[in-house]
Design a protein around this ligand. Sequence first.
Ligand SMILES: Nc1ncnc2c1ncn2[C@@H]1O[C@H](COP(=O)(O)OP(=O)(O)OP(=O)(O)O)[C@@H](O)[C@H]1O
Ligand SMILES: [Mg+2]
Length: 578
Amino acid sequence: MMYIVKMFIKQIWDVLESDRRLILLSVFCGLLFTGLGIVPPLLVREMLLWLQPEAVPGNFAMLALLAAIVYAARGAMRYCYGLSSHIAAYNTLHRLTNRVYAHLQTMSPSYLNRRHSGNLVARSIGDVDAIEDFIAHGIPETVLAMVIPTTMSIVLLIINWQLALVALLPLPFLAIVMYILRKRTRNYWGHVRKQFATVSALMSDFLNGIKVIQTFQAYKVTAARLQFQSKDYRDKIVYANKWSLVPAGVVEVFSGAGIVCVICAGSWMIAGSHTQLQVSIPDLVVFLMYLGQIFLPFLRLATMTDHIQKAAASAARVFELLAAKPDIVDAEDARVPLAPRYDIAFEDVEFSYQADESVLTGATFSIAENEIVALVGETGVGKSTACQLLVRFHDVTKGAVRVGGVDVRELPLDYLRRQIAMVPQEMFLFEGSIRENLLIGKEDATDAELLDAISQADAREFVESFVDGLDTIVGERGVRLSGGQKQRVGIARALLKDAPILVLDEATSAVDVETEAAIRQAIKRAATGRTVLIVAHRLETIKTASRIVVLDKGKVVEQGTFAELVEKQGVFCRIYQV
Ligand SMILES: Nc1ncnc2c1ncn2[C@@H]1O[C@H](COP(=O)(O)OP(=O)(O)OP(=O)(O)O)[C@@H](O)[C@H]1O
Ligand SMILES: [Mg+2]
């Protein structure tokens, strides 16, 4: 536990970077704020001293002015302390959020796929948030919670040490009770947060699949499942509250006990004729005023340990995420080739996602520069996988994928990906306009270039039929476009990139004959002057290729022109029934 806290403090200190001064400023202002809090009771004591029968009255106006100044300064300090800690915290939040995202961007799709996307978002946002909370409140308040009781105790001891000992009698007992309570509630909030994540993930999953739920009338089942999890969440949080609210009550009781002690001992000391043990009324008033504040920080410390644990757990997760090394990186000797070529070769490529299930088991084929090759095969045979090996979303387990004769693992990753424009099978459009989605292909494309690209992709007609044209909003994941439209926007995006290699993973979803012809035209136009790999499902698309490569059981079993394959009457003819 100590080790984790130590690590945590080091990590937080590191991540504060340029905001360390702000945090120190915040603690400093907090200390001043607290220090000034000790003054008002002392002013009241002074006033009461002046009011005693035999005393010489001082300047009450000065006293009032002093009190006014103290409170004004306290107000200013409180503001500065809150503001500087929050600025530091939000700066850190901003930095961490961006750092996490920038890091996740470099991770391979398979790393990201292994984690539930909801979990990753919860990590990137939720955990960073918990750290922010700790920096804004945890650091300054923990310091203050320790300083307040100490300084007030010292002042009390100076004023009247005998009475102070009596008044502070409940403090050690309070500390013990709080410690026991902590052990009882430790980690409980962790379960609560986990359950909350479950409930929200479930709800967002159901809402994403709302069409399925509505068509299958699965309202009751899904509602029941949500209810079950939500009830569990309620039970857990009620239980956690049962214990976490106890300290507030306990602190109240103990500060009462302190006051009871002072009343008993004070009245006894005042009434008695003991020369050794005496207390004046003004001192008694200071005691009572301090006791109202001296126990409160324990309450803060109690909730603070919760905060620290929560933040430490979050920090551990965030830093673990940041420490994860990307699995697909540049080789040390990766070089941009001096005379780049764009032919593609798969040499005895073996690949598997899971250890015991091979997808490709020695696939060999090549595509010459400016050639159009169609990769075909039954569903699940590994066609899309082959495309992903080419752009290094994964690395082969054996053999090699070469571009221009160079193993893709020996090319700089950004160089490799600059040479390839890909139209993925599952077209993904980002929330935003068609224009914004196209500009991903080329950041600084002019309107003329955009129009040219959509014309080539046969998308111009439907884009211009929309009232907003290029500025039409496509909706989350492009839901407001049809499958065929999305695909053509995707082709236009790939064309804008103007890369020498084009990989087109044809969507399996059926489109009408007219759209099919339009897409085929688009592909034909896109292919000129490029090396093209088309994963083809439709005969029409296959016919646009100059050569066809047939995958079966992880290997290339046939290749040749359409006519040659038809003549052969092999696997190709069996799949396409020609
Ligand atoms: N991310 C993944 N993790 C584990 N297995 C995967 C993953 N992606 C694909 N697979 C498996 O790899 C095999 C090949 O998948 P792939 O997507 O390459 O097939 P495909 O030939 O493109 O099929 P389709 O014609 O249906 O698009 C399948 O058996 C699939 O279950
Ligand atoms: Mg596929």
